[in-house]
Structures are given as C-alpha cells and as structure tokens.
Design a binder for this molecule. Structure first.
Ligand SMILES: [Zn+2]
Length: 495
C-alpha cells in the first residue's frame, strides 16, 4: 500500500513540475523521467497490495466459538472458501479421495483451488496420510472437518493442522478426555485457529461444489458416534454423502428433518457396522456406490455382513479400503470415475494380512456413468477393465460384472461329518465363507479365505462339530475382485 501511494505521489509531483517546466521551457526531461519512475512505483505498489497475505489466510472467515450450542433450527449460513490452495487444479474436476488409513476414516475433496479434509485417520496412520496429501501437491486445506473426537477419525488431525495451512476447522461441540483430542485442541490453539460448530442446514462452498451439513441435529447424545458431522457434497448431478460414524439415531433425525440425502456415493457410516445404515436410511440414500473405510482384520468385526448384504441388495457397488486401498473418485458433475488402489504411495499401518490386497492392486479402472434425467437417477452402467480376468464372466447383477453362484452344498449332513460347499465366481476373485451355527460363526479349519481358480471355482470342506445343534443353518459366501464385491446366502441342514 505504502509503495503504491509513494509512487502515485512522486508521479503527481513530477507531472506538476513537468507542466511548470514546459511552460518555462526548462529541463523537461528530468521531470518526465521522475514521472515515469513514480508511475512504475505506483504499479508495483498496487500489484503488491492485491496479492493475498498469508496472515489473512489463517483467519477463518466464519467463526463460531467452540462452546456455541448447536442450533437445531435450519439456517442457511453460507461459508465460502476463502483462500487458494498452493497447487492450482485448473480443471473443473472434483476429486474425492477415501484414504486407506487402516481402521479409521479420512476423506479429501478437491476442486480447483478449494480443498476439504474430512477426518484424518488414526495416530498410527498420520505419516502415511500426510505423505498422501502432500503427494497431491496440497499445502493449504480450506476446511478440516473432524466428524467426532474418536481416535480413528482425529488421530492425525493435530499433525495435519500443524503441517498444512488451514482455513476453517469444523468440529462438533463435544469434547473427549483423551490425549488424542487434547493434541488436536493444542494444534488448533498453536495456529490461533478457532473451532467452527456445525449448523445443520448450512452450506460450505468449495468452488462449484455445495456441501450441506446434515447432522448432528441434537445437543446431547449418549454415544459419541452420533455427534458425527454428516455432510453431503453436491456437484452438478452427482452427490457424495459423508456420514462419519453416525448411527441409527442420527440417521433417523436426518430423515425426520427432510434433508435431501439421495446420493450417488455413500461413505458408509461407522465402518459398515450394524449400528448404522438402517434400511430406512439406505432406501432414501439409494447409493450406486458404497465406500467402506475399514481396516483389515480389525477388532470390531467391521464391516458387518448384514450391512454388506443390505448394500448389495440395493444394487450398490461396494468398495473397501481394506481390499482396494485408497479409493479415488473424480467427477465433472455429470459422471463419476472410480479408480481404487492408484494413489497409495505409502501403505498405512497394516494390522493384519487377511486382506487379499495383492490380487486387487492390479490395474483396475471402473467407470460409473450416471445418466441423469432432470433430478432423478435413472441408469447406471459400470465398465470394468482388468488385467486379471482371463475369461469373460456372465453378468447376473444389473450393475456388476462380478458373479457368484453357489453350485452345491452338502445337506443334510450329520454332526461329526464333513460338509463341502462349492461356488463359481470370477477367476482370481477372493472368496470368504462364514458358517453360522446356533453358537455363532464356526471357526472350523477349512473355512478360510480362498482365491478362485482359473475357471472361477472355489470349494471349502470343513468338519461339522460332533456337538453341533441339529437344525438348518445359514452360510454366507462373498467374492471380491477389482473393487467389486458380491455376497450370497444359503442354508444347510445338520442332523
Ligand atoms: Zn470410527
């Protein structure tokens, strides 16, 4: 500012003297040169003044003190991305990353210069997550959303806040008495940031993408998961729903509020647990693509088979970070492209080797095209190319090239004898079986994960325990390949 004013001042003085000199026929040249110098200083001053200052950047433009109660009334506050990211994404392509952070959540949205990080994985996955974000050329994050204070969501958030330039931090108005949470608060304080409380119904704008906050809708919950910030990002005809760990109660509140949750892509709530994704909620969301952020061999049994079954029944294609690694979606507002396993540069902590990652990290690219007629989704086609499949498989599901047929099962079988189940699926598909008796899932040897042979055949033989209760029991078989999963149920009778 000062340089610009000084330049303007010199320019003005020299102009006056030039006119005076011209009138007196004196040394005009010097005054003309002074005028030129003043003009250059003026231009330089103006251009310095108009470039963004980093000091301003860290100040969130909409701040609500962290102890502000969550309003339950719908307001339409509009928060606009205030700053520019360091790397300019020149296209109008929205990129959505579902990072593989082991047993935890971390999603990133980027369009043009605008970025939003939803959750930051665990303490253990922090370095991998930061490397992944930096590898995208990102140094500034406009919005950091901590859905709720659990370690598997905000474990890496302190480091993210420390290492990147942050615009606004959104977190629900609930605290946790954990070191992880305190670390996040310390990082926020150290950067002189404030926590913005989520207001359901308010919008956050990321360029042409509108993110509407849908939850939490109550002031108090018994379960920390229900404080999860739920938001829906809409770009053109495509919509992406992010649910954190919101459970049944929060889902019902969202439906009761009448929010538009019909989405193309669902980040499945609470890692696919039984506590979320109620049939009512799923029916309204009606996703064509469901993404589960989950760690291989986690202690919680995520995702629940019942959730996988429900998602399959709605026709959604399921992608899982434990099977597919980091999943990247791109959209131009009318189509969505899916590329699992393409950007995982540094593997997140692996807790177990049960995930058949190697069979899936081949070059798989699925293209999901959603033809939209006015407001409603009409058609979805998925084209999958893979280097693994040697023979084309027949399509049974309407939106999937992966099939799974149960060919035979020994039934009835007497307790103490062997039973065999045979399925046919895509060659190379990773298959799992669970046999449920009255006492729960069987742990008999022979019921492990298997890879389909070149004809797509898989069979398991296991011993039915001598003390197994007689009755008809459920068997669940699943097959996964190239980011697609399919599940089939059958029963067999023990005598
Ligand atoms: Zn969680």
């Amino acid at each position: 500012m000062f340089v610009g004013l000084l330049g303007f001042f010199i320019f003005g003085i020299c102009l006056i003297f030039l006119i005076w000199a011209a009138a007196k026929k004196k040394l005009k040249r010097w005054w003309a040169l002074g005028m030129l110098a003043g003009f250059i200083l003026f231009i330089v001053g103006v251009s310095i003044d108009s470039s963004p200052s980093t000091a301003d950047h860290n100040t969130p433009n909409t701040s609500i003190a962290s102890n502000t109660p969550i309003k339950t009334t719908v307001t339409s506050t509009s928060i606009t991305a205030s700053s520019s990211a360091s790397v300019t994404n020149t296209s109008d392509t929205l990129e959505v990353y579902y990072f593989d952070v082991g047993q935890g959540d971390a999603e990133l949205l980027r369009i043009g210069d605008d970025t939003m990080l939803i959750d930051a994985g665990t303490n253990a996955s922090t370095n991998a997550l930061i490397a992944d974000i930096k590898n995208l050329g990102i140094t500034d994050i406009d919005y950091v959303v901590g859905t709720h204070p659990h370690e598997d969501h905000v474990g890496g958030m302190d480091a993210v806040i420390s290492r990147f330039d942050i615009g606004t931090v959104l977190m629900p108005t609930i605290t946790a008495d954990t070191k992880t949470y305190k670390d996040v608060i310390s990082a926020i304080d150290a950067k002189h940031l404030k926590i913005t409380a989520p207001i359901p119904g308010s919008n956050i704008t990321l360029g042409p993408v509108t993110c509407t906050i849908l939850a939490p809708n109550s002031l108090k919950y018994d379960d920390l998961n229900n404080y999860s910030i739920v938001l829906c990002a809409v770009y053109g005809n495509e919509s992406f729903l992010f649910t954190g760990d919101a459970e049944e109660l929060s889902e019902s509140e969202i439906l009761a509020k009448g929010y538009n949750v019909d989405s193309d892509v669902l980040k499945v709530g609470h890692h696919g647990s039984n506590s979320s994704t109620t049939p009512d909620f799923l029916k309204v969301v009606s996703p064509t693509c469901a993404i589960i952020e989950v760690g291989a061999g986690n202690d919680y049994g995520h995702p629940a088979q019942a959730t996988l079954d429900k998602l399959s029944a709605t026709g959604a294609t399921i992608y899982r970070t434990d099977l597919n690694g980091t999943i990247k979606l791109t959209s131009n507002g009318s189509t969505i492209n899916i590329s699992p396993s393409i950007i995982t540069t540094s593997p997140a902590v692996t807790t177990s080797t049960s995930a058949p990652v190697t069979s899936i990290t081949t070059t798989a690219a699925a293209v999901m095209t959603t033809t939209t007629a006015s407001a409603s989704k009409t058609t979805t086609t998925i084209v999958t190319t893979t280097t693994k499949t040697t023979t084309p498989t027949t399509t049974t599901a309407t939106n999937s090239t992966l099939s799974l047929d149960i060919i035979s099962v020994t039934s009835p079988v007497s307790a103490g004898s062997n039973a065999t189940l045979t399925v046919r699926t895509s060659p190379g598909a990773q298959c799992n079986i669970t046999v449920y008796y009255k006492s729960g899932a069987s742990s008999a040897s022979g019921l492990g994960s298997k890879t389909a042979d070149s004809d797509g055949n898989v069979s398991w033989t296991w011993k039915v325990g001598a003390k197994t209760t007689a009755g008809t029991w459920k068997i669940v078989v699943s097959a996964s390949i190239n980011g697609q999963s399919i599940t089939k149920n059958t029963t067999f009778t023990v005598e």
